[in-house]
Design a protein around this ligand. Structure first.
Ligand SMILES: [Fe+2]
Length: 418
């Protein structure tokens, strides 16, 4: 009896626990998830925040205040209403994405913020706005994560954070995920963890970030119905999960844009589409550039890492401009190798004393190709089979690129001087 009663009690206890667990597991999340900071076109005075929930929350807001030593900032917090967008893949539950852009911020200032609605609020996180003028800083660059993000990219992201915890922002050159699917973006946010909430990101898309097309050309996001890609559009997951600048070519918002950060002009090109229009947009940005340094970032490399890979259209569109306006550094991905060029000019190694552009190809994810570049004479360093991240330090008269492998070891370094 005793045993039976105990058994029954245990049975009911276990059933209740299981039910509770099941209810918890099956109930859509009300708590804000996938919180991410993105730089805006005015990084000294504004910041974009995006997040999502599985349940629609009424009156979503961002609460924000200048950071303080203790908790007194909470009483001073301002509330900014967020924009909500409902989105669902053809199969699967809908998600509710929210975004807001904080404006009127003070340069070089640390802020606290949290997101949500009512009682469903996130923890407080912090960010720092850019200084209003040139000042040395560093940022992290990551080439394609793309595949097996949870399994193999998480440690790269976290090692990058450990290596450069004070980085002003992270820059991605496309192929964030292999497919424009919500499940893969869930992996990206899981791998990034709190980093996405504390360090603003900017990214430009690769071919794998483009939208799916059905055979008849109707847009779709669900893989079994996918016939081909639409290079002219990024997947809806890109637009829903991010809030990026829209000061590029009309129609390429959140994929082609530029911003100035403390003496560095950062130009993000969407190399999937409309190259001539982006080149026309780019030229005046290079011709009248108030920044000391210029970095141009996009997905498809001008000097390929594979003998049978060639992005001639991209090269034809942009290389003359990079030479003409003496761009310092070009960051690309796509080829799943590592390549760092010598300073180049007009397709050759720049002569001593002549200004050249350094071209980099890198990948942070676990997909590897052999490096058999048709341009070996132009390259200072090449490698295959390495997951890499870069810490780029921008100074008054020197810019350094330090490439680390996934285990944190410094693998390559180059310095560009003014
Ligand atoms: Fe790619």
């Amino acid at each position: 009896m005793m045993r039976s009663g105990r058994f029954l009690s245990l049975f009911f206890l276990h059933s209740a626990c299981l039910l509770a667990l099941f209810a918890e597991a099956s109930e859509p999340a009300r708590q804000p998830e996938r919180i991410i900071l993105n730089l805006t076109a005015e990084p000294a005075t504004s910041m974009a925040v995006t997040w999502c929930t599985e349940v629609e929350l009424g009156e979503p807001v961002v609460e924000w205040a200048v950071a303080a030593e203790g908790t007194e900032f909470v009483k001073l917090a301002q509330r900014l209403p967020a924009r909500m967008e409902r989105w669902a893949e053809p199969v699967g539950a809908p998600a509710y994405h929210y975004s807001a852009v904080l404006t009127g911020l003070k340069p070089g200032t640390r802020y606290c913020y949290r997101v949500g609605a009512g009682l469903q609020l996130s923890e407080w996180n912090q960010f720092t706005t850019a200084e209003a003028s040139a000042k040395p800083f560093s940022f992290v660059w990551l080439g394609d994560p793309q595949d097996e993000i949870t399994e193999h990219c998480s440690r790269v992201f976290r090692e990058a954070y450990r290596t450069a915890p004070k980085a002003a922002f992270w820059l991605f050159t496309g192929d964030i995920c292999g497919d424009p699917l919500d499940s893969q973006w869930a992996e990206f946010f899981g791998g990034m963890g709190f980093i996405a909430r504390m360090v603003p990101s900017i990214m430009t898309p690769g071919n794998h970030d483009t939208a799916y097309l059905l055979k008849e050309g109707k847009p779709d996001m669900y893989r079994p119905t996918y016939a081909r890609r639409d290079p002219a559009r990024v997947g809806q997951v890109w637009l829903s999960n991010l809030t990026l600048p829209e000061n590029g070519v009309a129609g390429l918002g959140e994929t082609n844009y530029h911003l100035d950060y403390q003496g560095l002009r950062v130009i993000m090109i969407n190399s999937n589409t409309r190259l001539a229009e982006q080149a026309a947009w780019l030229e005046p940005l290079l011709a009248s550039n108030p920044a000391t340094w210029t970095v141009v970032a996009f997905h498809h490399p001008l000097y390929n890492g594979g003998a049978k890979r060639d992005n001639r259209q991209t090269r034809d569109a942009f290389l003359p401009l990079f030479d003409k306006y003496k761009v310092d550094l070009v960051l690309t991905g796509h080829d799943h190798v590592y390549m760092r060029s010598h300073p180049l000019r007009e397709g050759r190694v720049a002569a001593a004393g002549e200004k050249g552009t350094v071209y980099l190809v890198s990948a942070s994810g676990p997909k590897f190709y052999e490096c058999n570049t048709p341009y070996p004479e132009l390259m200072a360093r090449t490698a295959s089979g390495k997951q890499l991240f870069q810490v780029i330090e921008v100074g008054a008269d020197r810019l350094s690129v330090r490439t680390h492998s996934a285990d944190g070891v410094l693998f390559d370094e180059c310095v560009i001087r003014k």
